[in-house]
Design a protein around this ligand. Structure first.
Ligand SMILES: [Zn+2]
Length: 444
């Protein structure tokens, strides 16, 4: 494939690092100046910190710019100009898009976009889809009603921008969606990892359809949960569907900031549209070396209605030591979002990332895809229960699986668990965002 055919933006995606950094500094300066001059919220935040656009000359200067947190965004909204508050940099008349965050906890954050922002959103998603091999021959099935969530709307518009045909599969139930994909010979599918696994299971059990043989799907893009970057979950999805599964990470208030390409070496950060900084959660020190985990602080350069500048995402990520063979100069992160600074909780004094439990459960072939983790207090001691389901026909292997689980969990998380085996298909199923990790300690 010619280089010009491999990249959505052949110039930016292969720009030498030094030039890319120059571009990032220039773009950071522009969005900072824009926000300083047009948003009362940002103007006050920066004035109070004694920093103004003329002070941003180097990357080190960027580190002095105050960060923004989700709680600050929540505190602004509901005020004038209603409902976005004074973070807004444009008159309300210019806002054409309303969306809100889809997180599983807390009041959603509202997101305003202008038409220009919306075109940018589609553009940022076009990088992802093109890198994953989407072309104008594809017919793509989106098995959700998108409602006020942003990701699938963005994907929808980006697919159209590339020239793909889009089938919006909202309203239908899971079986009807599978039959629709079969009838129309859809070539690609986009969903959360949970739903990709759930659809495959429903196809086999309820319709007698083997997704790998009886459908025409050639690739799948996942988003919304960490599964796409958890090797055991990814393997399950790829085996169930017989195709490559590509990950993508984005957020409503930030944008579509990273993507896996067809080489599957990790997730590329879109360095042309975003500035990703990783910092030590305790000291705030900037982390540039691969393999050291830290908190992501991110800036979207070109989104103007409600800019996201040095957003403290609380997502834990790490730079990859690997290089991708695709030729992009965009940096790679390894393992996707490993956890959230808020969710990586201490259990019995040990730091526990829920993604490690998922990795263990999904690597054991006798177990189904679903599981549930409950952390509670038993007296003064933390108590963790892991509920799993044995696949039909595997019931006789309970003891073997119990041993495997105990050993692997001890190895990966350094903790002991109460294991509960449930009948297949009795644990809760989720369509969009799963709530498999329940910490009940603070409610008692
Ligand atoms: Zn690549």
């Amino acid at each position: 494939m010619k280089a010009t055919e491999r990249y959505w933006n052949p110039i930016l995606e292969t720009l030498p690092r030094e030039q890319l950094q120059k571009l990032q500094l220039k773009k950071f300066h522009s969005i900072f100046k824009w926000a300083y001059e047009h948003s009362k919220f940002y103007h006050k935040l920066y004035s109070d910190a004694g920093i103004e656009p003329g002070d941003i000359r180097t990357f080190e200067d960027i580190r002095k710019v105050p960060k923004v947190e989700k709680s600050m965004l929540r505190a602004i909204q509901g005020k004038e100009p209603y409902p976005y508050g004074d973070i807004l940099c444009v008159p309300l008349e210019q806002v054409t898009e309303y969306h809100q965050t889809t997180g599983t906890t807390g009041q959603p954050v509202f997101q305003a976009d202008t038409w220009q922002d919306w075109e940018w959103c589609a553009e940022s998603w076009a990088y992802i889809l093109y890198a994953q091999g989407y072309r104008n021959r594809d017919r793509v099935f989106l098995p959700f009603g998108y409602s006020t969530a942003i990701a699938f709307w963005q994907a929808h518009y980006a697919l159209e921008k590339i020239g793909c045909e889009v089938i919006p599969g909202g309203v239908l139930n899971t079986e009807a969606r599978i039959l629709k994909m079969q009838e129309l010979r859809a070539t690609a599918l986009m969903a959360t990892p949970t739903y990709v696994l759930g659809m495959a299971d429903a196809a086999r059990r309820k319709l007698g359809i083997d997704p790998a043989k009886d459908l025409h799907i050639k690739k799948i893009t996942v988003a919304g949960e960490p599964g796409g970057s958890i090797p055991a979950t990814k393997k399950r999805m790829e085996e169930a569907w017989g195709v490559k599964v590509y990950d993508h990470i984005g957020a409503t208030e930030i944008g579509a900031w990273s993507f896996e390409c067809t080489y599957q070496s990790g997730l590329h950060v879109n360095d042309a549209l975003f500035l990703v900084e990783i910092e030590d959660p305790d000291t705030g020190e900037l982390i540039t070396e691969p393999g050291r985990r830290g908190k992501m602080v991110i800036t979207a350069f070109d989104r103007i209605a409600q800019p996201c500048i040095r957003f403290d995402s609380k997502d834990i990520i790490q730079w990859s030591p690997d290089e991708c063979q695709c030729g992009r100069t965009f940096r790679l992160i390894k393992g996707g979002v490993i956890g959230r600074a808020d969710d990586i909780t201490k259990v019995k004094g040990v730091l526990l990332a829920p993604t490690s439990i998922e990795e263990v459960v999904r690597s054991i072939p006798e177990l189904g895809d679903e599981y549930e983790v409950i952390v509670a207090k038993k007296g003064d001691i933390d108590d963790i229960t892991l509920k799993v389901e044995l696949l039909p026909g595997q019931e006789s292997k309970t003891d073997l699986v119990k041993t495997k689980l105990t050993d692997q969990l001890r190895l990966r998380t350094n903790l002991g668990y109460n294991l509960e085996f449930h009948e297949y298909n009795t644990l809760p199923r989720y369509d969009v965002k799963s709530k498999r990790f329940k910490d009940l300690r603070h409610k008692e």
